[in-house]
Design a protein around this ligand. Structure first.
Ligand SMILES: NC(=O)c1ccc[n+]([C@@H]2O[C@H](COP(=O)([O-])OP(=O)(O)OC[C@H]3O[C@@H](n4cnc5c(N)ncnc54)[C@H](OP(=O)(O)O)[C@@H]3O)[C@@H](O)[C@H]2O)c1
Length: 389
């Protein structure tokens, strides 16, 4: 019989509730501000609109061209939501009346310090913050104190909470593998894969500059520069290790890149033959010298590049997959689509929904920082049969 003294056996996690069934009561609907209306912001507006316990209070934009546009229009809905986009942060936060929530979906990629300062401003105003933009906070327990310190102080001041989640797409590398492991017997390896053709991920800066698609093969894509994958995905490897009760010796990275054999043209323009057309990397959590918890990305620009690498099981443009090697072997593959059969938009929408659906639980949580394993899943209560055009 196993006892709590056995290494790797931890019978009690911090949060033992897998699901949170929100009960409407005082304070509902919860007012929510969406800050930033790119891929994630559009999805967040639709998510709030669909949620019976939430109400869109304001939409903040940085681009002057969007000021005054209705949220429904910005989110690709075919109706007005009666909320005009603004750049007035003070007015938007005032609309929350010292409580409520902010879905912070403005980019944090090139402005991480500014994004963290914005999040702290919302927290100290008393608003719960959910965000995909602060990678270092996906596993806040391993985030640098210079980042967490001001946010914790702001959360204390505002009696508020922050939940950061988002990449792959915010559940594929934390709650999903842990959930699937609940059906496992012996486990040799937990592998989380994002297999994606980025042709439909209409974010040219990320695709060309960050990931390096269409760049000469001697270009070093910043997203896979030594140490960066660990910075972005290492927290999730650590979270899975924490849930499975194992100590990691180290986190390792692997990288392979392939060039395009032929020119590829898509909505972002031309990607020339001879330039980078695919990359594949792993962030490996090593236990007793063996990679046991692996986050793997297989990313292409065009389905024909690197055909011998893993492809989405259903032949579509992208999938998130969890494979548990062991006995039994378990494989779960998820394909989401949105905004016209677009897999990237589908992934974004699931990431936004995970965050937005967590708001009711977070408004009742103790002040502080929360990750994907701290925050229970909120089923889509009250949304069956509600169509979102
Ligand atoms: N897409 C995903 O599944 C995913 C996954 C993980 C993490 N993330 C992270 O989530 C964030 C948003 O992703 P996304 O795909 O929605 O990006 P996006 O489509 O590029 O949108 C980002 C938005 O940020 C706002 N913005 C840009 N520059 C700004 C500035 N200087 N000051 C204030 N706001 C600015 C803009 O909104 P306005 O035009 O409204 O001002 C822009 O539309 C990024 O940090 C991304 O890395 C996304």
């Amino acid at each position: 019989m196993r006892t709590p003294g056995v290494p790797g056996y931890r019978p009690h996690m911090q949060n033992e509730n897998a699901f949170h069934f929100a009960a409407e009561g005082a304070g509902f609907p919860i007012p929510v501000v969406v800050w930033g209306t790119g891929n994630m912001g559009r999805a967040a507006i639709r998510s709030i609109d669909a949620h019976p316990g939430l109400e869109l209070a304001a939409v903040l934009v940085s681009s002057p061209a969007k000021v005054g546009r209705d949220a429904g229009d910005l989110a690709g809905l075919d109706r007005s939501l009666g909320v005009a986009a603004t750049t007035d942060v003070d007015a938007a936060l005032a609309a929350l009346g010292g409580a409520g929530a902010v879905a912070y979906t403005a980019s944090g990629d090139i402005r991480p310090a500014a994004a963290a300062a914005d999040a702290a401003r919302c927290l100290s105003a008393g608003a719960v913050v959910v965000t995909p933009a602060l990678y270092a906070l996906y596993d806040h327990r391993s985030a640098p104190p210079e980042l967490t310190g001001p946010l914790l102080a702001a959360a204390k001041e505002g009696a508020s909470a922050l939940f950061a989640s988002g990449v792959d797409p915010g559940w594929g590398n934390d709650v999903l593998p842990v959930l699937v492991s609940a059906m496992a017997g012996t486990v040799d390896e937990v592998r989380c894969q994002e297999i994606f053709d980025y042709s439909t991920y209409d974010q040219p800066d990320s695709v060309r500059l960050l990931v390096g698609m269409g760049q000469p093969m001697d270009y070093e894509p910043p997203i896979v520069a030594a140490g960066v994958p660990t910075m972005v995905w290492g927290g999730q490897v650590r979270m899975i290790a924490r849930a499975l009760g194992v100590e990691l010796d180290e986190i390792r990275e692997t990288l392979e890149r392939r060039q395009l054999e032929v020119d590829v043209t898509n909505a972002m323009g031309l990607f020339e033959a001879g330039t980078q057309g695919a990359l594949r990397f792993e962030v490996q959590g090593v236990v007793d010298g063996v990679p046991r918890i692996v986050i793997e990305h297989v990313t292409r620009i065009g389905a024909d590049c690197a055909p011998d690498w893993p492809l989405p099981p259903d032949g579509g443009a992208g999938a998130h997959r969890v494979v548990i090697e062991g006995r039994p072997r378990i494989e779960v593959s998820l394909e989401a689509t949105d905004e016209g059969d677009n897999r990237a938009a589908g992934g974004n929408a699931t990431a936004a929904n995970r965050l937005v659906n967590a708001i009711p639980w977070l408004t009742a949580a103790e002040p502080g920082l929360y990750d994907g394993l701290d925050v229970p899943l909120a089923p889509a209560s009250g949304r069956i049969g509600r169509s979102t055009p």
